[in-house]
Ligand binder design. Sequence first.
Ligand code: KG4
Ligand code: ZN
Length: 321
Amino acid sequence: MLYLGIETSCDETAVAIVEDGRKLLSSRIVSQINLHRQFGGVVPEVAARRHLEAINDLVAEVFDESAIAPRSLAGIACTNGPGLIGTLLVGLSCAKALAWSYDVPLLAVDHILAHVCANYIGSDLEPPFVALVVSGGHTQIMHFQSYKDALVLGQTIDDASGEAYDKVARLLGLGYPGGPAIDQAAVGGNPRAFALPEGVVAGYDFSFSGLKTAVLRTLENHKDKNISVDDLAASFQDAVNRVLFRKTMLAAQNLNLDKIVLAGGVAANSDLRRRFETAAGIRLYRPAPSLCTDNAAMVAAAAHYSGQPVPLSASAYSRRY
Ligand code: KG4
Ligand code: ZN
């Protein structure tokens, strides 16, 4: 079963074709990072226009590279939310046009579930497992009981982890996007240089806004002294990652599951990966860094396992609740 996936929920235009949810035949991603860097963040209207300029060429390229006949597709799958409404509609309109013209089913895919499904590509992963989904918009611990049934065990009550990385990077003058910049700066820093608080929230929930304020206070208190940005970046990263690690491990232990899956842009973080890679007693699955951040291979994989056939009148949504 072949699915074509389309992803335009934020600032990456992506198209891919995946076979049986596991085998990547072709994948294209055009990132808008350089376009939005001058604004310090994604400008939705600018992003939507750039998606429109890029998407048709990417569709042509994946059909070319995979050499598959469009009419042999089991479906055209598209992220329909959550994300930026204007950018989502560009991808969805393209998906509708393709589904209609090739007479194949249109499928809608949830962006968060798609991030988790990136882990099926090239791997033997099967549910049940515990997933830590950490992106620019979401931070959730989920229990995947089957390919289609996923329970949210806990989530952030304020900022997403990626959002915290981006905001703190801006405070530290490290630029945009902040996650990779902090990851890099932290390599040369001492994670114990500053005692920063983990947000204390019950159960499997998270809070990162207090930590962000603590970084700001630390900068203010050291205004006249020479502060090491690398040390502060490493201390911040340590505070985020230790709570993500501890609560995910606890969820797996409480559910008696040894399979842990990492997903989303922050799952590219080298310190977070190392913590799980060196943890005893678990079987870890994490996508290659290029499949952690937004891509369309994950959308095509998700279509295979849990895509919802929808009519050509289907719409997109920016938030789930
Ligand atoms: O999943 P994603 O590409 O888009 C959303 O669905 O939001 O995630 C983007 C987020 C950004 O906040 C970015 O700073 C973060 O992932 N990110 C990282 C790293 N690479 C990307 N955060 C920490 N370390 C990284 N290496
Ligand atoms: Zn994403």
